[in-house]
Design a protein around this ligand. Structure first.
Ligand SMILES: Nc1ncnc2c1ncn2[C@@H]1O[C@H](COP(=O)(O)OP(=O)(O)OP(=O)(O)O)[C@@H](O)[C@H]1O
Length: 335
């Protein structure tokens, strides 16, 4: 299910203190291409800047000191329902590691998108806490929410591009909304982000002139325009052909590595997710956590429910048949 389509405020981040790096992006369109020497702004939280794996205390660039730098988001015993009649997530506890790509997999309607909405502060949990970078998200605190959303980039299921704007203006949109940067600088950033997704040459096109796969990449360029620390992808592969899917998957992985951001990917596409993720969470109805671990651990799992899901088996603990009366009852024959 797509997130709030017009959710402008969910696009973008701060990142004012980011360093500027020039770096190759292997694997997107061929390593030999000199155009792939991307000027990309790197999050101040990037392992290269903070000393990867350093145990003990960790100083944030914002001056705060944390006991652990490993977890960016913590879902702490969260229960949530859109209304009192139905609980969507029940006592869910999860930790999303900083700087990693985490895939959230699970059957339709189990609450994956809802979980992202709670992280984005769109809704408040009925009980429990959502903690982002050490701070409990309080949806009543508008100032905190605004600051949080400047640190998030969001890729909606169908791009949610502004169809009346050009490709260029779509990517420029969050920069114009959230910063006072002069137009020449916005131009450089827009072209840089479009270059990162391989679409610098498409800057002048109208949205009606681009394909579905291109639209997804343009939305990605827009989502990273303000160098978010967390990028959330809702069904980034839905409706894409195999080549576009491969490109999108590599982009998610490469952008995560190059910028040092943390990525959450909600998807039904098990092979793509397994190929690009560091950590995988498998959810079932009610937000029950069936399994979590590395892709290799999930693929090797002997748990029947995990096996059925990651191998796409039609029947197993999750039944093919919706609960129904016995055949004999419906067809009037004695069993
Ligand atoms: N705004 C809403 N108001 C009421 N119910 C909602 C709302 N959004 C989602 N739901 C319901 O909450 C449940 C979980 O929805 P959610 O979109 O989080 O599931 P999902 O796991 O992302 O599903 P899918 O993989 O099909 O996108 C579904 O039953 C859905 O119908």
């Amino acid at each position: 299910m797509p997130l709030v389509a017009a959710g402008r405020s969910l696009i973008g981040s701060g990142g004012g203190s980011c360093a500027l790096f020039h770096r190759r992006t292997p694997g997107i369109e061929g390593d030999a291409n000199p155009a792939l020497r991307l000027p990309i702004r790197v999050s101040p939280y990037h392992p290269r800047l903070r000393g990867a794996g350093t145990p003990g205390l960790f100083s944030h660039p914002n001056g705060r000191t944390c006991l652990s730098n490993d977890t960016l988001i913590e879902i702490d015993n969260v229960t949530f329902g859109y209304d009192a009649s139905r609980t969507i997530l029940s006592n869910v506890s999860l930790k999303f590691p900083r700087g990693k790509v985490t895939a959230i997999l699970g059957g339709s309607g189990c609450g994956k998108t809802t979980l992202m909405r709670l992280i984005g502060g769109v809704y408040a949990p009925t009980s429990g806490r959502v903690v982002f970078d050490g701070e409990v998200i309080d949806t009543r605190n508008k100032a905190q929410l605004f600051k949080l959303r400047r640190r998030l980039g969001m890729l909606f299921q169908f791009g949610a591009l502004f169809t009346d704007l050009s490709v260029y203006d779509n990517v420029a949109f969050p920069l114009r909304e959230h910063t006072d940067l002069p137009e020449p600088m916005i131009r450089d950033i827009v072209l840089m982000k479009l270059n990162a997704v391989g679409l610098r040459g498409a800057a002048g096109l109208k949205i009606s002139e681009v394909s579905g796969g291109m639209a997804r990449r343009i939305a990605l360029a827009r989502a990273i325009a303000l160098d978010p620390e967390l990028i959330m992808y809702d069904e980034p592969f839905a409706g894409l052909d195999l080549i576009s899917m491969g490109v999108a998957a590599k982009l998610i992985r490469t952008l995560n590595d190059v910028t040092g951001a943390t990525s959450l990917v909600v998807s039904h596409d098990v092979p793509e997710c397994m190929a690009i993720s560091d950590h995988v969470v498998l959810l079932a109805a009610g937000g029950r956590i069936v399994a979590q671990g590395t892709p290799a651990e999930l693929m090797a799992s002997t748990d029947p429910e995990t096996r059925q899901f990651v191998r796409g088996e039609p029947d197993g603990p999750v039944k093919f048949h919706f609960p129904a009366p016995a055949m004999g009852v419906d067809f009037g024959v004695a069993s």
